[in-house]
Design a protein around this ligand. Structure first.
Ligand SMILES: [Zn+2]
Ligand SMILES: [Zn+2]
Length: 352
């Protein structure tokens, strides 16, 4: 089968690999649609293969690391012990798979599993394996499109997770720094949860447009105006009830910590790949008495089912995030396009 594999730092290639087999507790999914994600760029460009291997279950192929953690498909093979799904079911898996048995999993924090859980991998292929399938997989209702189902596996759950974990209340003001695919999902999540004023910070024109479409009342271009003073002005100099950092840079984290109101919540979902340590302004009124929460894609069967229910019952349609379509054989080109942020790219629907 055709699979996209990281063969060297900064490089992915299509290789011909054997179709995987389902071991105990595992299923094999036949991919209907997959995509590339910001995390893939971190994996390919910044993290050595040895470290990626450490994240995985130690069954990696010698040539490199099979890429992809966001996909939808149908169950092709069911391993011994799996009870929740059958061959032919249309399913998704969380992009972060948990073991279901460790202390973190028992708390429902599957994305930070310490029992061997890891980032799902190998979805940019004709078939891929999901371990601990009963814990991580959910059936996709027929009303949910492939595009929306894929988003539930990672960026929707992450973006909505930023809002959930900030405990945003109806009518709260929220400021979201960066409107890449994940930030846009946070915007949609804020609207779905009943935010009042939604302010976003973004300069790329297509992302500004999408931000408005998904719920932003005001979009601040950080190349033209200082986002923090603008957010202060828009909130009667109080600051936003909730600020969300959605890209993973020091500058946007600074903005989020300075633009939050006294007593408010800073919610961080960016992946700070190249930033080893964050610093924080303490000489601002907003430093004292506030909450800072970080979120790593909430995962697991129940979370996936909740995301799919939001989509199924039409509360949100995130399918406009798919700006491009490609064939699986062209996946390396999808990496180039996604990395370049050209052509207004947000998500790329990749089909076999
Ligand atoms: Zn992802
Ligand atoms: Zn676990």
């Amino acid at each position: 089968m055709l699979a996209c594999v990281k063969t060297a730092m900064g490089k992915v290639e299509m290789l011909d690999l054997p179709v995987p087999k389902a071991g105990p507790g595992e299923i094999v999914i036949k991919t209907a649609m997959c995509t590339v994600c910001g995390s893939d760029m971190h994996f390919v460009d910044e993290i050595p293969n040895e470290m990626l291997t450490a994240l995985g279950p130690g069954m990696l192929i010698p040539q490199g690391f099979p890429m992809g953690h966001e996909a939808v498909g149908s169950v092709h093979e069911v391993g011994p012990g799996v009870t929740r799904v059958q061959v032919g079911d249309r399913v998704i898996s969380s992009c972060l798979v948990g073991c279901g048995h460790c202390v973190e999993c028992l708390h429902g924090d599957y994305s930070v599993c310490t029992g061997g859980g890891h980032t799902l991998f190998g979805c940019q292929a004709e078939y891929f394996v999901v371990p601990w399938a009963d814990v991580n997989v959910a059936k996709v209702p027929p009303e949910v499109s492939d595009e929306n189902a894929i988003l539930a596996t990672d960026i929707m759950s992450t973006g909505f997770g930023a809002v959930d974990r900030a405990e945003l209340k109806s009518g709260d003001s929220v400021a979201i720094f960066a409107q890449g695919p994940v930030g846009l999902c946070a915007t949609a999540g804020a609207r779905a949860r009943g935010a009042g004023l939604i302010i976003t910070v973004e300069s790329i024109p297509e992302r500004v447009e999408m931000s408005k479409k998904l719920g932003a009342n005001v979009v601040i271009n950080p190349k033209e105006k200082d986002p923090v003073s603008e957010i202060m002005n828009l909130t009667n100099l109080k600051g936003a009830d909730v600020t969300i950092e959605a890209v993973g840079t020091q500058a946007t984290f600074d903005g989020a910590t300075r633009a939050v109101r006294r007593g408010g919540t800073v919610s961080s979902i960016g992946l700070y790949g190249p930033v080893p340590q964050l610093s924080m302004f303490t000489m601002t009124p907003a430093f004292y008495h506030r909450r800072i929460v970080t979120t790593l894609c909430p995962s697991g069967h129940d979370r996936m089912t909740h995301m799919l229910d939001i989509l199924r019952w039409g509360k949100v349609d995130l399918s406009p995030l798919f700006t491009h379509r490609m064939k699986l054989a062209d996946t390396p080109k999808a990496y180039e396009l996604f990395r370049s942020k050209q052509e207004g790219v947000l998500k790329i629907a990749i089909t076999p």
